[in-house]
Write a protein that binds this ligand. Structure first.
Ligand SMILES: *Cc1c(COP(=O)(O)O)cnc(C)c1O
Length: 424
């Protein structure tokens, strides 16, 4: 499949039906799989043979979607998870157990920040958070002898910072550790982090990959490029007693990381996808390339339109030439970034609320990145516990509106915005 373009792979990669088999990826709604001998099943358990035996560890529907996403990112393998949160946690824990340290961009999704800052710290990991656009010197200075990975988002939610992937990858590699990036917002259609040196990619598939807001899910993709045999990753290079002493790098080569994530952490934590959710995700993936194109063209049109309106205080979208991240966006996401923009309405909190309530087509929801235009006022919802001073520190103005521009007709979206602004 790999010689096809990404929009073709969105449709076809991962599933090739044989003669007389279903044309559409079927839902294999079965927890378990039948074998003729106990010995065969034993071989599967010992990872000596390849095959499905229990859906926590693998399932034909889930497997096809994993293969599709691996093809889209250009990786050697992928692991679907029950949510983006589970993907973030497993991607780090797989190579950084208690006692390890992570260098992390502070401009990350709030849920990821909580996971790292609270839960994973309680589990015994250490984190150093840095501004996403820190200098090479600042980044270098954050490393410790026990650092085991660097974590960042390619395009941050909600602040829309474009991370300098080559700088992050080069610095991580100089310290002998991999770069893990969350590529949820641009998706592989708009950004291929492996081509810029990232080693592991994660996603919340809940967002654009699904695109219809019908399932919560996540995925981890392994580039197969990182050399784990530098003494820092004994979990991959020393015998795993829970599998009769297998050594992942010896037995699985380039796929060592992603095999371990499945056979060790998914086995133990059980944060797997379901066949039904994988099926729904696959339907979304089939149209991902065309949807992203439309999300981006609509978002750029909305951003430009808002910049012209004197009731708007500021507009933040990396596709705008006025954006601080325009250059990095052109380099890492030349075909477009995503459909999310943020802006401020003159008149602060009250004006923002008035504008949102006046919208007729766009709805107010705690979600982004599906095909319906929606808005959120972080100051009165996701960050509601903060006062105006604290909001300022978090980079969230009381006037800030996050708009996830959908794929409706652009004239209808603009008309909706204009009628609400007019009534302010
Ligand atoms: C939503 C989101 C997550 C968390 O994903 P869930 O599927 O909600 O668990 C992680 N990273 C980013 C960038 C997100 O937008």
């Amino acid at each position: 499949m790999s010689h096809y373009h990404i929009d073709t792979n969105c449709i076809h990669a991962g599933y090739e039906p044989g003669n007389g088999e279903p044309r559409v990826l079927p839902i294999v709604q079965s927890t378990t799989f039948k074998y003729d001998s106990a010995e065969m099943l034993g071989e599967l358990f010992d990872l000596k043979a390849d095959g499905f035996f229990y859906t926590r560890l693998g399932n034909p529907t889930i497997d096809a979607v994993e293969k599709k996403i691996a093809a889209l990112e250009g990786g050697v393998g992928a692991l679907l998870t029950s949510s983006g949160q589970a993907a973030s946690m497993i991607s780090v824990l797989n190579i950084c157990p208690a006692g390890g340290h992570v260098v992390c961009s502070s401009a990350i999704y709030g849920g990821t920040f909580n996971l790292f800052y609270k839960t994973m710290r309680e589990m015994g990991l250490e984190f150093t958070f840095l501004p996403a656009d820190c200098t090479a010197e600042e980044l270098n200075a954050a490393f410790q002898p026990n650092t085991r990975c660097v974590f960042a988002e390619t395009l941050t939610n909600p602040s829309l910072v474009v991370t300098d992937l080559e700088l992050y990858a080069k610095t991580a590699h100089a310290h002998g550790v991999p770069l893990i990036v969350d590529n949820t917002f641009p998706t592989p259609v708009n950004c291929r982090p492996f081509t810029f040196g990232a080693d592991i990619v994660t996603h919340s598939t809940t967002k654009y990959m699904d695109g219809h807001a019908v399932q919560v899910g996540g995925v981890i993709v392994d580039s197969g490029n990182f050399n784990w045999e530098n003494g820092k990753f004994p979990g991959l290079t020393e015998p795993d007693e829970s599998y009769h002493g297998i050594v992942y790098t010896k037995q699985f080569g380039k796929a060592a990381y992603i095999v371990k994530a499945r056979t060790h952490l998914m086995r133990d934590l059980g944060a797997q996808s379901s066949p039904n959710n994988a099926f729904l995700l696959n339907l979304g993936l089939e149209t991902l390339a065309v949807r992203m194109e439309r999300h981006c063209s609509n978002a750029l049109a909305v951003a430009k339109h808002l910049e012209q309106n004197d009731k708007i205080a500021w507009v933040n979208y990396p596709g705008l030439e006025s954006s601080k991240y325009y250059g990095l966006a052109k380099k890492y996401m030349p075909n477009g970034t995503c459909g999310v923009i943020s802006f401020g309405v003159k008149g602060g909190r009250e004006a923002a609320a008035g504008f949102m309530e006046g919208l007729k087509l766009a709805s107010i929801v705690i979600h982004v990145a599906d095909l319906r235009t929606c808005v959120l006022h972080p100051a009165s919802t996701t960050h509601r516990q903060l006062n105006d001073e604290q909001l300022k520190e978090a980079g969230i103005g009381a006037d800030m509106i996050r708009m996830s521009v959908g794929i409706e007709n652009i004239e209808d979206i603009l008309e909706d915005i204009d009628q609400s602004l007019k009534n302010l």
